[in-house]
Design a protein around this ligand. Structure first.
Ligand code: COA
Length: 517
């Protein structure tokens, strides 16, 4: 596991160093990097939960998708921060940047967070404009809808913000521009010349002074980057922000009973080896502490034993946990899950799903026993549950098990992956094996002889491809999670998420779809 974590750090470093030689040039220009800007913006000593750092991994674009995003605490307020990385293609937005920024906006919306945009972007990545121009409009729509929901939006402009980029400050509630640096216009001087024949310059067209003194598109003129960050902090301090959540603010809680370091030994890197999720749970949730509370109150422990469910506290907040115990989900497990999800909704308690499943059981006995309708029952409960869901993919996440356990398509508030995880429609060997059976039957139907030897190469290729596509970096690159995390950080990461969730009240569902019983 340590090797996997080491490799994770190497991949994350690629995002930090994505600008390459342009980082030095940027600094020579007297500018701060996107990460430095964030570090100065957030409260001293507070955590910044970076989200989707591997976006774009495995694509033609730099890891990180030319932006840094995450949740940071500014003047005591949890904010969604989105910072363009101007050292990567001038901060231009590519298709992965779009996915990443849309997801950031979604997280801000669902958790009711103010957003701060640290703007410096060459706008659309021009060679891929066909993939971003039309859907990209959503970014501006989201900003103004956030404002209409009373979720404040702040834009601090550090440099170029052309065309579409100009609408980021344009649509924001509060705008700060850095003197002699911010350039905000719909079209730069060359395009203006082409369009209208007018000869003009950057400063008159879109300089910070002009916008602060003449157009009114900027509210505050900052003398430099540090001043801009200071002013952004003042704006947040004046938002009069109050968390709307109903959970009691935890004043104290006990650290886990068992040492989170031991997760490294406990979690097999070979997914075929089963492990008891209670061992993981007791290293993630609050411990018994001086009051001798029970760390994990398991529910229905004698029924449907390949799914372990129960109540625990994490950083002082109650959660319900559903964790796969022996991989396969059968009818009993699905029914138990549906009941437990209803109970969590009845008492407005968030749910944590811990994945290690090979999916729902197949075979005649199980089909006759109603595995489809029972799986549907669980998926119905997950889909219509209204309490916030958190998901951690610890190990396998295959087939409809990914859906029943609240995979990405089921809108978890946050979804993180461990480096040991794998997600796909089924395991690579199984998928290649199924393909071979289908190809063999197809040849037989046509009266042809099946070339088993020739198919070996195809099988190996498919197996290799599915293996690669089920790995965490690949899936994180596609923005199918919010980040790959060190298992030892799970408690801290989930603790931050639960605090973020508490920005608004939790109200469980009153209604579910029709349950086929
Ligand atoms: N799309 C794709 N690539 C872009 C880009 C864009 N919008 N903007 C910049 N780049 C690339 C450059 O081609 C260059 O690539 P290279 O390293 O392969 O040579 C790299 O990013 C760095 O650009 P550079 O111009 O050297 O950086 P800069 O910091 O001096 O200037 C900008 C940055 C954004 C001010 C400048 O590149 C620019 O004006 N870009 C075009 C902005 C625009 O008109 N966008 C249209 C939006 S709809």
């Amino acid at each position: 596991m340590l090797e996997k974590i080491e490799s994770l750090h190497e991949e994350q470093t690629k995002a930090v160093e994505a600008g390459g030689k342009y980082i030095a040039r940027h600094k020579e220009r007297g500018k701060l990097t996107a990460r430095e800007r964030i570090e100065l913006l957030v409260d001293e000593g507070s955590a910044f939960l970076e989200l989707m750092p591997l976006a774009g991994w495995g694509s033609d674009f730099a890891v990180g998708a030319s932006m840094v995003t995450g949740i940071g605490v500014v003047e005591g307020v949890e904010c969604m921060i989105v910072a363009n990385d101007p050292t990567v293609k001038g901060g231009a937005l590519n298709p992965w940047s779009l996915r990443k920024s849309f997801r950031a906006a979604e997280i801000a919306e669902k958790n009711f967070l103010p957003s701060i945009n640290l703007t410096e972007s060459g706008g659309a990545d021009l060679p891929t404009q066909k993939d971003i121009f039309i859907p990209g409009g959503r970014g501006f729509r989201d900003l103004t809808r956030a404002s209409a929901r009373k979720q404040p939006t702040i834009s601090v402009v550090f440099g170029n913000s052309t065309a579409g980029g100009a609408y980021v400050p344009g649509m924001s509630d509060y705008v700060i521009m850095v003197k002699e640096r911010a350039k905000v216009f719909l079209a730069g001087p060359p395009l203006v010349k082409m369009a209208t024949g007018e000869e003009t310059d950057d400063e008159s067209l879109g300089g910070a002074e002009m916008h602060s003194r003449i157009s009114g598109s900027s509210d505050f003129l900052a003398v430099d980057e540090l001043d801009a960050i200071r002013q952004a902090r003042r704006v947040v301090a004046r938002l009069n922000w109050r968390k709307q959540g109903t959970s009691p603010d935890p004043t104290s809680y006990a650290e886990p009973d068992l040492d989170p370091e031991e997760l490294l030994d406990l979690i097999p890197t070979d997914l075929k080896e089963p492990f008891d999720p209670r061992e993981a749970i007791l290293r993630i949730v609050d411990g018994t502490g001086p009051n001798n509370a029970v760390a994990f109150d398991e529910f229905k422990p004698l029924y449907g034993s390949s799914l372990c469910v129960g109540w625990a506290n994490l950083h002082g907040r109650e959660i319900g946990i559903l964790a796969n115990a022996r991989g396969v989900l059968m009818s009993e497990e699905a029914q138990k899950a549906a009941q437990f999800i209803q109970l969590a909704n009845q008492k407005d308690t968030p749910l944590l799903f811990l994945h290690n499943t090979t999916g729902y059981m197949v075979g005649t006995e199980y089909e006759q026993g109603g595995i489809i309708k029972h799986g549907a029952l669980m998926i119905n409960a997950v889909s219509n549950s209204k309490v916030p869901h958190l998901t951690v993919i610890m190990g396998a996440s295959y087939g409809a098990g990914n859906y029943g356990m609240n995979g990405r398509a089921y809108d978890p508030r946050f979804l993180f992956t461990w480096p040991s995880a794998k997600s796909a429609v089924m395991g690579p060997q199984q998928l290649a094996g199924v393909l071979e059976i289908v190809a063999r039957e197809s040849a037989e139907k046509k009266g042809e002889v099946f070339d088993a030897e020739g198919f070996k190469g195809i099988k190996e290729m498919v197996e290799g491809m599915v293996e690669e596509q089920s790995l965490p970096y690949f899936l994180s690159g596609m923005v199918y999670d919010d980040g790959v995390i060190d298992p030892r950080d799970t408690r801290t990461v989930l603790g931050i998420c639960l605090s973020v969730i508490d920005n608004q009240p939790i109200e469980g569902a009153m209604n579910f779809g029709v349950f086929r019983l």
